[in-house]
Design a protein around this ligand. Structure first.
Ligand code: ATP
Length: 365
């Protein structure tokens, strides 16, 4: 296994399109890191540069402390798993998994041992004689994983490997990949646009937007302490609610707009005063809104319910607050109907403040 270090990694495509802009990232030996971001943000390009499938415009990729910029993919000691399994349809599962080792002229007995071990780990032993066409999508993706495992690479690189699977299989295979990582203790870099996938599997997540790394941290750090509005909105489902509010200094310090106000606690008020801000973007997660008046300082939204989605334990409420949509998750025992007037509130510890121009977080309180 090996660590991977990206230094100022940059990709500028012909025509000037800057797909990856000075990406700096260290993936520790044995770590599982997800590169996550919306479509087109540059995550696949970054992965392909690590793999050696894309030329690097500038910067450096090191694998196991060796700069590999000039090495072809086969000499980088990596294994790739893509969205499309790319299995040979005429070969059995066994032969698909053994193929790479045969090409490397690995002794037959060693191939047999590696393939059987990978099949055992991935619960594929029963399928070794089948052709890929006789397998489900999830099983095929496991064969693709098996093909990667038998090579015992220093680093696994995965690009949206679950996106061809239906929702249920995705959840199952996600757990299998997480288990696989724990078992192999392998270095893994995994690209996905799905923040839930990243949150559930990764040791650390790197959030990318428009080719630029926004924040790297554990799932908990990104959820609790997003560095800016983009990360706050991207991590968490449903997304954080945002509203622009103006500072009002009468009667204690507040942030206000029609229908919404935040009565600031001392720490928040001091922050805004120190920065001399006259306005701020306020963020609150749907799961942190509760129905009822705030019990002290904090956020208060007066809104009208316009959609209620029953989820079982909870209900997802869309409410209109002076033309702005507010989403809240409330207990299903709270009976709200379309057209009801509702007061939603959140405690100060759940209220995020962002500088309106830079969109940077005003920090932990
Ligand atoms: P997705 O999740 O949709 O695959 P992504 O985050 O992986 O998106 P990339 O495929 O890395 O994004 O693409 C990043 C940017 O580079 C996009 O704007 C894309 O249009 C552009 N791009 C990708 N490949 C090329 C290419 N061969 N030539 C020019 N531009 C490209």
């Amino acid at each position: 296994m090996a660590r991977v270090v990206l230094k100022d990694l940059t990709k500028r495509y012909a025509g000037g399109n800057l797909a990856v802009d000075r990406l700096n990232l260290e993936v520790a030996d044995g770590e599982f890191v997800c590169l996550v971001g919306p479509s087109g943000c540059g995550k696949t390009t970054a992965l392909r540069m690590i793999a050696g499938l894309e030329d690097i415009s500038s910067g450096e990729v090191s694998i196991g402390d060796k700069v590999v910029n000039m090495l072809p993919p086969r000499d980088r000691d990596i294994a790739l798993v893509f969205q499309s399994y790319a299995l040979y349809p005429h070969m059995s599962v066994y032969d698909n998994m053994a193929f790479g080792l045969k090409l490397r002229k690995t002794p037959k007995a060693d191939i047999e041992r590696s393939v059987r071990e990978a099949a055992r780990i991935l619960d594929l032993e029963r399928f070794l004689d089948r052709k890929p066409g006789q397998l489900s999508g999830g099983q095929r993706q496991r064969v693709a994983l098996g093909r990667a495992i038998v090579r015992e690479p220093a680093v696994f690189l995965m690009d949206e490997p679950l996106s061809n699977l239906d929702a249920k299989l995705r959840v199952q295979t996600r757990a299998e990949i997480a288990r696989l990582h724990q078992r192999l203790q392998a270095t893994m870099i995994y690209v996905t646009h799905d923040q839930v996938e990243a949150m559930t599997m990764a040791d650390r997540i790197a959030v990318i937007s428009d080719g630029v790394l926004q924040q790297v941290g554990t799932p908990k750090q990104l959820y609790e302490e997003p560095c800016n509005r983009f990360v706050a909105g991207f991590i968490g489902s449903p997304s954080m609610n945002f509203v622009e509010l103006k500072v009002q200094r009468e009667d204690g310090m507040r942030l206000v707009c029609e229908g919404t106000q935040v009565v600031l606690d001392d720490a928040m008020a001091a922050q805004l005063r120190d920065l001399g801000l006259e306005a701020a973007t306020v963020g609150v997660r749907p799961e942190h809104l509760r129905v009822g008046e705030p019990e002290g300082p904090g956020l208060r939204v007066s809104a009208t319910v316009d959609v209620v989605e029953f989820l079982g334990n909870d209900a997802l409420i869309h409410a209109a607050a002076e033309g702005r949509d507010v989403v809240a998750i409330v207990g299903a025992d709270i009976h709200l109907a379309v057209g009801d007037a509702v007061i939603l509130s959140a405690a100060p510890r759940h209220v995020y403040l962002f500088e309106p121009q830079s969109e940077m977080s005003l920090g932990a309180r």
